[in-house]
Ligand binder design. Structure first.
Ligand code: CO
Length: 205
């Protein structure tokens, strides 16, 4: 199996150079992506591929259930580097319908360490329990929780001091909330884009 992967890699590198002789040389000297992607680790949601971006065009952070927890050093390191050094213009928080992490958070089943990781989703579910309880169909209720989770993570990113400092410096950064559909490959823009301090309030849904 691994031999297949190595063969794929050689074929890919060859194809890249044939199409564009300077491709790797250019990337080696710098990365200047305009976008930071914060997405789920799910293998069915490959960041670059979904939005048709090449190596060097998307800075990517993925974890279970696309969370942006304000105490997570991994996420914060990525965020600060993306904002302060790379100076990305757009941050995309991308969830997906049918997310197993989101489902696990509210299933009541004990899975281990990941239960702690998923705790913020249980909080979102609790805060929105009236809206969620009113949705009779299980799948629709779960999909709505996937959306609410993304909106909360957009709010987390937009509330971060790294972002506030960048805005105060006049840096142009927008944070967007998307949900990807596994069933048709399309992204649903939730329309919760935040581009400045004055726009955070409306995310307190
Ligand atoms: Co997921």
């Amino acid at each position: 199996m691994l031999d297949d992967l190595k063969a794929n890699n050689r074929a890919w590198a060859k194809w890249r150079v044939e199409a564009d002789a300077g491709f790797f040389r250019r990337l080696e000297s710098q990365q200047a992506p305009q976008y930071l992607w914060i997405g789920c680790a799910d293998s069915r949601v490959p960041a670059n591929e979904i939005v048709g971006l090449d190596p060097g065009e998307l800075f990517v952070h993925r974890n279970v259930a696309n969370l942006a927890p304000p105490q997570d050093a991994n996420y914060l390191s990525v965020l600060q580097f993306a904002v302060d050094v790379i100076k990305v213009k757009h941050i995309l928080v991308v969830g997906h319908y049918g997310c197993g992490g989101v489902r696990a958070a509210v299933s009541g089943e004990r899975l281990g360490l990941v239960d702690h990781w998923l705790h913020p989703i249980r909080e979102v579910a609790h805060e929105h329990r009236h809206e969620l309880d009113a949705i009779p169909e299980d799948r629709a209720r779960h999909d709505r929780l996937c959306e609410l989770n993304v909106i909360r993570q957009v709010r987390n990113v937009a509330s971060d001091v790294f972002i506030h400092d960048a805005w105060a410096r006049g840096q142009d950064i927008s944070i967007h909330g998307w949900v990807y559909s596994l069933s048709d490959g399309l992204v649903n823009d939730l329309g919760v884009t935040v581009s400045g301090l004055d726009e955070i309030e409306r995310l307190h849904v």
